[in-house]
Write a protein that binds this ligand. Sequence first.
Ligand SMILES: Nc1ncnc2c1ncn2[C@@H]1O[C@H](COP(=O)(O)OP(=O)(O)OP(=O)(O)O)[C@@H](O)[C@H]1O
Length: 970
Amino acid sequence: MCTWQYQDWLGKVAVRFSNFFFPKISNLYFRSKHKSSGKFLEKVDAQRKAKYPDRSKLLKKVTVLLGYDGIDDSIDNELCEKCNGGKDDFDVSLACKRFPSISLGFFPPVELYDEATCSSMDEGLLASQLYQQFLANSSDPKLVDPDSLYETWTSLCPGREDGNSSSLTEHMHSGSPTLKPKAGRNLEFHLDEPVSATTMLETQNTAAPMQDILDRSINCIPGLTKRQYSQLENCGFHTLRKLLHHYPRTYANLQNAEVSIDDGQYLIFVGKILSSRGIRAGYSFSFLEVVVACEVMQNGSTSECIVDETESRKLRTIHLHLKKFFRGTRFTYQPFLRSLESKHKEGDVVCISGKVRTMRTKDHYEMREYTLDTLQDEEDSSTCGKETLYPIYPSKGGLKPNYLKDIISRGLQILPPNIDPIPEVIREDFKLICLRDAYTGIHQPKNLAEADSARRRLIFDEFFYLQLGRLYQMLEGLGTKLEKDGLLDKYRKPELNAVLVEDWSTLTKEFLKALPYSLTPSQLSSVSQIIWDLKRPVPMNRLLQGDVGCGKTIVAFLACMEVIGSGYQAAFMVPTELLAVQHYEHLLKLLENMENRQMAPSVVLLTGSTSSRQSNIIREGLKNGDISLVIGTHSLIADKVEFSSLRIAVIDEQHRFGVIQRGLFNSKLYFNPASLKLESAKSDDSSKGDNIMAPHVLAMSATPIPRTLALALYGDMSLTQITDLPPGRIPIETYIIEGNEDGFEIVYKMMLDELDAGGKVYLVYPVIEQSEQLPQLRAASADLKTISSRFAGYNCGLLHGKMKSDMKDEALRRFRSGETNILLSTQVIEIGVDVPDASMMVVMNAERFGIAQLHQLRGRVGRGDRKSKCILVASTPSSLNRLKVLEKSSDGFQLASMDLVLRGPGDLLGKKQSGHLPEFPIARLEIDGNILQEAHLAALKILGESHDLGSFHSLKAELSMRQPLSPLGD
Ligand SMILES: Nc1ncnc2c1ncn2[C@@H]1O[C@H](COP(=O)(O)OP(=O)(O)OP(=O)(O)O)[C@@H](O)[C@H]1O
């Protein structure tokens, strides 16, 4: 550049600089009264007067003082600030309320894919080479044409379709001569040889599977600058798929600008282009300004209004200044700017949607985030944008939402139509739109319906591959086709897989006879289903669910008897010692009732409190097979505990254990059937022939997990539900009372009545000790004195997690035996405590507990034949409403589903377990359960047709690109 040109340029920069910064700094000055703002002002003013070279320095200095890296950065940030989804002036939650199809919330980063594949690396390299060439040639104005770069790239890479030009990427498409590779992947280019898009697509169809484009490097998006590429890479957008899975957080509905135009609104206009100017604003930045005149409804009287007589409506003309900024020297060249300008012809009727900012001049508005569509004729305008949605993206790693929106829109353009790995027949069966439409629909929906079906398809995918992967893995572990079909059938028709009582082992039948009650119908069918599974050569992975007090324990005991009766061992793991002792004593009592006492297996208790001498003896007994059943806590999965032939592991209250802990039973393989000790062992068991197998796992959950969640969490687990309660149970009466003075008087009165009538009362507290931070919470220890003196004639006991285990056992024993009448406890009793004649429960600060948790607690009463009450004391009137559901419903499944919706899976499952929930970037387990069911069926259908996915290559490839399978239940 010669000196005069440089000075001319500098002059323009200086003027723009003042225009750009002056308002900014004066704002800062007047708003914050910041001392240094005054200095900025002086500097800005000084630069007006300074000589050109000094101006340049000053310009930089002030920019840096303002917190930018340089002038370029300031322009970018200025742009982004205004395009950041309108954080300050746009109420996203309001928009969400209006458009419930998309839920508001932070979507965690999409980590579904492995590193970019080799091919994508090749093409990533290719793209960067190509890009280097583009940069090298950019000094030649003829070649500064992003369109040509785009087309060259698509022609080089199989799997590309021509993209439709979009206004968001209009700077990429200038309509200049195209570049075309001479042959194959040769990087020589010829000008003026336009490439036909259809030809490209045809070649791609035969060249490579289309779907792999999703896993190509982000570099495959044409025209990315090096800086953009590395920014995107650094933010985790390694592949096109990762980019496209950055879903909008919500959509703003672009209202038609008929009523009023306010700053920051997302609106839609139809108007005529008045001018289009590409302006070089500095040595490395430029912008395009398109001015559009639109007629909008008059709001309030203005003198400039145009009166439309025929429609007798008052219209006024407004001017929209659409601005797009470009950074980088190459975008300042005249040919580039002219080509930008020429994309918008004076007089064209256009539809513009985006965010408006009022300008100083009346009826002039600026739009920096916008979408522009040229309409064929004016009639188009009537149909245009009645309900246009504007996606609002979450920012990621410092990348601003609008920037991402732009890149995503460029990514969408290179998607070929046939990228869908899901076969058409499945899409038809489950009414799914194709994948490409789903990506377009989620990022650029024309209306809510389109956004919804896109969302449904993408959620389906998230669930489908999870289900497919888990089932596929299970099938892989099986030998024969018959076994595989059997497994799929098991999922398809679980009700058919049951073993009749006559075919149970002798020991199981004997034990059944010893029970003081008959099994309920669903207890019976649960045992039959489990025994069917126990006879399979594949390890069972089953979840036994049932409402509180429905009698799951006995079902598990019967399952244990079945394997013991076949000569194997069983382990029964529970989360607390209290529960271990309770189960142990319960089982011993039942075994004592057996007619043939000789048949009773050897049962031991192993917990952290078991003396080391005793533990050694137990471990020895387990190792040599002398012991058939061990009940215990985490100690059971310790390395040093070895089994001779462990065939079933029962995990009670399984959600209290981590996945790893549950999985540890798998390492306790049995392989020595020869060491069977039980004489009663029958040799008719079909599964005896196999030498090495992981034990069957029967998990039990007292928190009824909605099926959706169970499927997502356990995927391949079979589900057994006990749906009835033992006969004679009287429904528990639930009362919600506010914990004020009057409220407590009522509660104490009810307690006294119950105690006088011979009942036993649990008092449940959220904390053990009073806390200074939360003085409103009643504490168990602190209340002991108060309650003891209030109920002087009755004995009170205390039970909490910090007590030593023998103290806990003693407290529970005293309560059970009736030595204490009131038990002040924390939620430690929530799990499995069974005192059948406890008849009343009072929960303090009940709002501190989840609905499902309160239901569990409530289940500690009403376990016998005495009418029971549960009183939930709420600290504040506002929490009364939430608790009301418990008054109305005693169905654990219904309440758990409600809890899932209200508090999400994390709270329902607890940290340990929910930590292992797969990440679903878009799906919400709370509300998308039906899609999960469908995905499960679709996966079964696919695998039913082809066990090894041999007939579905694309699906198999896709599956391999997805997240490594969770270890859960594998
Ligand atoms: N079929 C039945 N008829 C009568 N009583 C039964 C029956 N099955 C179980 N019970 C009794 O019901 C009570 C609750 O059973 P259990 O402790 O097995 O329930 P649970 O499902 O494990 O409950 P929780 O989830 O609360 O631990 C026990 O006292 C048990 O003896």
